[in-house]
Design a protein around this ligand. Sequence first.
Ligand SMILES: C[S@@+](CC[C@H](N)C(=O)[O-])C[C@H]1O[C@@H](n2cnc3c(N)ncnc32)[C@H](O)[C@@H]1O
Length: 230
Amino acid sequence: MDQTLKQSMMAYYSERAPEYDEIYTAGKGPTSINDPLTYKEETNRLKQIVNTLCAGDILDVPSGTAFWLPSYAHHCATVLLVDQSLKMLKESRERARQNGLEDRCSFLQTDIFNYDWAGHQFDTVLVGFFISHLTAEEESLFFSKVCDALKPSGKLLILDSTWSQERAKTRNKEGEQARKLNDGTEFTIYKKYFTLADIETLGKKFRLTFDVHYFGRTFCAFSGRRPPTT
Ligand SMILES: C[S@@+](CC[C@H](N)C(=O)[O-])C[C@H]1O[C@@H](n2cnc3c(N)ncnc32)[C@H](O)[C@@H]1O
C-alpha cells in the first residue's frame, strides 16, 4: 500500500481511539447501513461468537480498544493485545483494568508487519476488522505471520464487514474511503467488504477451511485452522 495512505489510516485509527467504540455500542461513526440497531444487534452476535470460540492463549491483533476483550478473556489463560496506536492501547489497558483482567493481559505497540512472531504460539488468534484494510500483498504477509503464530491445533477467528446490495448504495466494494472524526477532521483509508464467496476464496488461498459463524447485514465472523502437516 502507498505509504501516505497507510500513514493516514494509522493516524485515523489512533485519533479515533476515544470514539471508536461508538460504532459497536450506538451504531454511530462511519456507518454505511442506515440502521443503528443493526450495528448494536450484530455486535452482540459477534460478542457471543467471540465468547464461544476464543480459548487458551490469545493473540488479539490488532486489538484497537480491546472492545471484544470482556467477551472472551474470563475463560482464557493469557491475552496479548497488539496495536500500532498508543491511544488505542491506552483504551485497551483501561478496559482490562475496569474488567479486572489486567493479570492475564500484555500490551504491545508495534507495526504488525515489522514484528517477528517467531517463538510466539497461540491457541486463538482474533483478527477484528483488519483484513478489510489490507491490500492483497499485505493480506498474504499478514496471513503467513498469523498462521505461523498458531499452535498446530490453534484457531484463527476473523470478524469483518459484509458486502451486500444494501451496502452498495453507499460504498464501493473496495478502495479508498473518506473517514471523519466527530470533530470533522478528515482522513483517507482503504477498505474492502466480504461476500461469502470471498471468504471461501480467502480460505483456499491460505489453505484454511473457514467455518462461517455469522454473515449479517453489516458484520461477519468466520474461523479456520491450519491443515495438519503430513
Ligand atoms: C478497524 S480497527 C479494529 C480494532 C479491533 N480489532 C476491533 O475489532 O475493534 C483497526 C486497528 O488496526 C490498527 N492497525 C492498523 N494498521 C496496523 C499495523 N500495521 N500494525 C498494528 N496495528 C495496526 C489500528 O491502530 C486500529 O486500532
